[in-house]
Design a protein around this ligand. Structure first.
Ligand code: PLP
Length: 407
């Protein structure tokens, strides 16, 4: 029998958040082990259910003919209109219902945006570390991911000089994840303006991932980069997964804004791909309308004293006390990206490190190289587990690292 092999398109695609270490964890669970999972931002799994208002509307809508039917490829009018209003609140100018695409989560739209654009050899600038879907989607689309560094010494802000150095005639766009996964960085307006200026000079499309734009600590405010870029083509991604704790409803959106005059053909491509997948799931679309029209979001949990704010502080304090571990305190999102001093922890292969931590201490993290970070000296954890579980988990990481130092 001839072997059946995966397509060559997949040879450079990697998504380690759900990769081999998770497979190992599943196998251990099947064998009866209890694993503390710090690997995925699946909020509802940690006792943080979606807001009542959204759940109740979902139950009400499900039996309706609308919910059971297909919709326009871009989505139903009313939820798209609610996204237009959201753009108005975020001061993104000139957005009409026609510029809004609803998707089965932001993920589908991110992949679509790259597929509709890229030819072989086209380059997209992507942060390192990144949310790995971007690198994977660009590679799957036949494009070339080019990573620009984010600087841990400067609150994990993008290194603008590195961005400029990496622009070539083949560069089509730049991905900005703000607030950032995996670092928790939140970019100030001045920095966003500088990025817009680079995009303007080099005619780059800005792909702005703002899925954590309400998941902000210490009373911080979020500025949408598209609100500063009326003359630059921007695709902004957002959705209910994080801010409304509804990952499973698969409800996301993409907004095309800025200078669209030269992008008509790309927009035809986006529409074509939107049509090919028929439409996003209709109950999820209806949930967008409810969420954006209501007042219940993640805000109370991230406000000072809220559960997520307390867990962020706890994880930060506990990690910072471990010898050789340093971590930038996140201002947004659900993650930390601690550094392990290579002198104390000479890790050659951080996936192996993650395996060993899992095997010895039953704690699941994701290794830093899974986020396209170039060195094996970081890992990501989510601070979603409650305080007791977080304390236990970081205690186990500390014990494991203590053993590692003695090797
Ligand atoms: N973008 C970022 C930065 C994320 O962290 C995630 C999920 O973790 C997504 C997009 C995926 O969002 P969705 O659930 O809407 O597909």
């Amino acid at each position: 029998m001839k072997p059946i092999v995966k397509s060559a398109k997949l040879s450079n695609v990697c998504y380690d958040i759900r990769g081999p270490v998770l497979d190992k964890a599943r196998q251990m669970e099947d064998e009866g082990h209890k694993i503390i999972k710090l690997n995925i931002g699946n909020i509802a799994a940690f006792g943080l259910e979606p807001p009542d208002e959204i759940v109740q509307d979902m139950i009400r809508n499900l039996p309706s003919q609308t919910a059971a039917g297909y919709t326009d490829s871009k989505g139903l009018f009313a939820p798209r209109k609610s996204v237009v209003h959201y753009c108005q609140e975020k001061r993104i100018a000139g957005v009409t219902v026609d510029d809004v695409y609803l998707g089965n989560g932001a993920s589908e739209l991110i992949t679509m945006s790259m597929n509709a654009l890229l030819n072989s050899g086209d380059e997209i600038l992507i942060p390192a570390p990144d949310y790995p879907l971007y690198t994977a989607s660009v590679a799957l689309s036949g494009g070339t991911p080019v990573h620009y560094l984010c600087d841990e010494g400067s609150d994990w802000f993008p290194d603008l000089a590195d961005i400029r150095r990496k622009i070539t005639p083949a560069t089509k766009g730049i991905v900005i994840i703000n607030p950032n996964n995996p670092t928790g960085a939140l970019y100030p307006e001045s920095l966003l303006r500088e990025i817009v200026e680079i995009a303007r000079q080099h005619q780059l499309i800005i792909f702005a991932d703002e899925i954590y734009d309400k998941t902000l600590y210490d009373g911080e405010q979020h500025v949408s980069i598209a609100s500063l870029a009326e003359d630059v083509l921007c695709l902004t991604f957002n959705g209910l997964s994080k801010n409304y704790r509804s990952c499973g409803y698969r409800a996301g959106w993409m907004v095309v804004s800025g200078d669209k005059r030269h992008a008509q053909d790309y927009i035809v491509g986006l529409n074509m791909l939107a049509s090919m997948r028929l439409c996003a799931n209709t109950p999820g679309q209806l949930a967008i309308q409810t969420a954006l029209g209501g007042y219940q979001s993640i805000k109370d949990l991230v406000a000072p004293g809220g559960r997520l704010a307390r867990q962020r502080d706890l994880a930060y304090d506990l990690l910072s006390q471990i010898p050789g571990v340093s971590v930038v305190k996140p201002k947004g999102a659900l993650y930390m990206f601690p550094r392990l001093d290579p002198k104390m922890y000479p890790i050659a292969n951080d996936q192996q490190f993650a395996y060993e931590l899992l095997a010895e201490e039953k704690v699941l993290i994701v290794q830093g190289t899974g986020f396209n970070w170039p060195y094996p000296d970081h890992f990501r954890l989510v601070f979603l587990p409650n305080s007791d579980d977080l304390t236990e988990a970081v205690g186990r990481i500390e014990r494991f690292l203590g053993g590692y130092r003695k090797r």
